[in-house]
Design a protein around this ligand. Structure first.
Ligand SMILES: *Cc1c(COP(=O)(O)O)cnc(C)c1O
Length: 353
């Protein structure tokens, strides 16, 4: 730390992203990226002309991409905010709507707390139930920004839209942010509620189901007024928040919807197979509606399993939070990758247990 850093940032604990090691080729099951490439039409969309056009600024309104998303999801452009990864929507939402504090589960996406700390927002962390599910009653009639990932991460579990609606309905004077980063892998979207409730913000990303994590593209649905607030924050920080190539790739991605539906279905199939195999090996596997599994074994420590897998060239995500330290979060890869994972786990269990 230099002696110049502002006082309010000195104690800030930054978010720790999953490892992206370059020392060898790992089977990477640690950051919930897609194991599949973008659709062929998307890859083909970038050419010399697109690169040459980089001399011009990108469209700060992201009008083309908004129109395509609006058509695909049956909303209006004014209901959509587009961002540099969904982390940026989360950032702006905490900045804009977190003034009276924020509430979210004790086990959830780690970035929520970081944004809270960044803006000096007091964060209330509500323990998940014993079975790691969200009790929606904990979020009824609250007096602060409510933030829920649905499905939740890293548990993979979801709650029904009827419960989300109760939360939104009973918090009319506060924003309820539903992070749907994983909704395309079998979750239930609450998008249809944005026409009824002006306090609901639904956050999405191209990083997981749209095979575009490195492109950094996210978006949000909400009432025109909520979206206008986010635009105000954006135009006060970084008007050209999304680069030209990514906007272009985003549009091509929306056009290739069928490809992504197919890949999401494949991942769900692989997930079911992997969960069954892990269960047969003695793991407890939480019910997942995402592109990852959260699993623990009674006979091997979560941190140890993580390390043993890493030495065998397989990366999974381990969290040190004591409540979930026994677990590992395993991204669903290709069937081949999951076979390699299960083979490695079987060896490790045979050697250490
Ligand atoms: C991956 C993830 C994000 C961030 O996604 P980006 O769009 O890549 O910034 C947001 N929320 C949750 C719950 C995630 O798992």
């Amino acid at each position: 730390m230099s002696r110049f850093l502002g006082e309010r940032y000195q104690a800030l604990e930054a978010y720790t992203p999953g490892e992206q090691p370059r020392d060898m080729r790992y089977i990477k099951l640690n950051t919930n990226e897609s194991p599949y490439p973008p659709a062929p039409e998307v890859t083909a969309a970038i050419n010399r002309e697109q690169v040459e056009l980089l001399r011009l600024y990108s469209d700060p309104t992201a009008g083309g991409l908004k129109r395509k998303l609006a058509e695909l999801y049956g909303v209006k452009s004014e209901n959509i905010f587009v961002s540099n990864g969904s982390d940026e929507v989360l950032n702006f939402a905490f900045m804009a709507f977190g003034g009276k504090g924020a509430v979210f589960p004790d086990i959830t996406y780690g970035f929520y707390e970081v944004f809270g700390d960044l803006y000096g927002i007091s964060c209330e962390k509500v323990p998940l139930k014993e079975d790691f599910s969200v009790d929606y009653r904990d979020y009824l009639g609250r007096d602060k920004l409510v933030v829920l990932a649905n499905p939740n991460a890293p548990t993979g579990m979801s709650i029904p839209v009827s419960q989300i609606e109760e939360i939104v309905r009973t918090n009319p004077d506060f924003v309820v942010l539903i992070d749907e980063a994983y909704v395309d892998f079998g979750g239930e979207t609450c998008l249809s509620l944005i026409g009824t409730y002006d306090n609901l913000l639904v956050v999405r990303t191209f990083s997981k189901s749209r095979c575009l994590a490195g492109g950094r593209l996210g978006y949000a649905f909400g009432s025109p007024e909520l979206i206008a607030d986010l635009e105000k924050i954006k135009y006060s920080t970084n008007p050209y928040n999304i680069n030209r190539l990514t906007l272009f790739l985003g549009e091509a991605t929306v056009d290739a919807e069928a490809y992504y539906q197919e890949k999401c279905a494949e991942i769900q199939k692989t997930r079911a197979w992997t969960a069954a195999q892990l269960t047969a090996l003695g793991f407890e596997v939480l019910p997942s509606r995402t592109n990852f599994l959260f699993a623990r074994h009674p006979d091997i420590d979560g941190g140890q399993l993580y390390r043993e897998l890493k030495t065998r060239g397989i990366l999974v995500r381990h969290f040190t939070n004591p409540r979930i330290a026994q677990f590992n979060r395993i991204t669903i890869g290709t069937p081949d990758q999951m076979e390699a994972l299960l083979e490695a786990i079987t060896r490790i269990l045979n050697e250490t247990v």
